[in-house]
Design a protein around this ligand. Structure first.
Ligand SMILES: CC(C)(COP(=O)(O)OP(=O)(O)OC[C@H]1O[C@@H](n2cnc3c(N)ncnc32)[C@H](O)[C@@H]1OP(=O)(O)O)[C@@H](O)C(=O)NCCC(=O)NCCS
Length: 159
């Protein structure tokens, strides 16, 4: 099974992170990483993380090619909300997106302040909705014209 390591964005991996690109047909579905990092700079609740292939585990910072994607979440009012997830086009469909979410969900479930884990997906983005449903997300109560809101089928008392 694919494994990943989530690391902070630092001066060392910043450039590699903002160079990551999704495929041409996906550009409208996720903001550029540089935009997300700018948002995180002005909103300290946002947590941006770089997604590395699991083979970097336990080593010093390694070359750029091990950096495969980017995610961002925020914790507010008891909600852990996944605001961004992208895997570089050349690294997609190799299990990295799923592995990154498994690791992020593991982390979020351990935060005592979180009662609810959610995300949203643009309505045309069927395969991403399926991707999240495959991880245990179900419809959330919130309804929106453009976005499908999803919540993890989980309660804080569950393991
Ligand atoms: C969504 C995204 C993160 C998935 O990452 P990934 O590493 O390619 O996904 P994985 O390889 O872990 O695949 C997980 C599942 O999704 C499916 N999947 C992934 N990409 C797919 C695609 N383009 N079309 C159809 N299914 C796809 C896989 O087949 C797999 O299904 P399975 O669990 O039934 O085998 C990636 O496609 C991406 O970066 N998309 C553009 C940005 C975006 O839309 N982000 C979400 C909104 S913020």
């Amino acid at each position: 099974m694919r494994t990943v390591v989530l690391r902070e964005i630092t001066r060392d991996n910043f450039h590699a992170c903002i160079r990551l690109r999704v495929a041409e047909h996906q550009v409208d579905n996720v903001a550029d990483n540089v935009y997300s990092l700018a948002q995180a700079k002005v909103n300290p609740r946002l947590v941006p993380l770089a997604i590395y292939d699991g083979s970097v585990f336990g080593r010093e910072e390694q070359p750029d090619e091990k950096l495969v994607g980017f995610l961002m979440y925020q914790v507010m009012d008891g909600v852990g909300f996944i605001t961004r997830l992208m895997i570089g086009a050349e690294h997609q469909q190799k299990g990295y997106g799923r592995a990154a979410m498994v690791e992020l969900l593991r982390r979020l479930k351990m935060m005592p302040e979180i009662e609810f884990i959610g995300t949203s997906v643009t309505k045309e983005n069927d395969y991403v909705e399926k991707f999240y449903r495959g991880l245990g997300f179900v419809d959330a109560e919130k309804v929106d014209e453009r976005e499908v809101y999803l919540k993890l089928d989980w309660a804080p008392s569950a393991v």
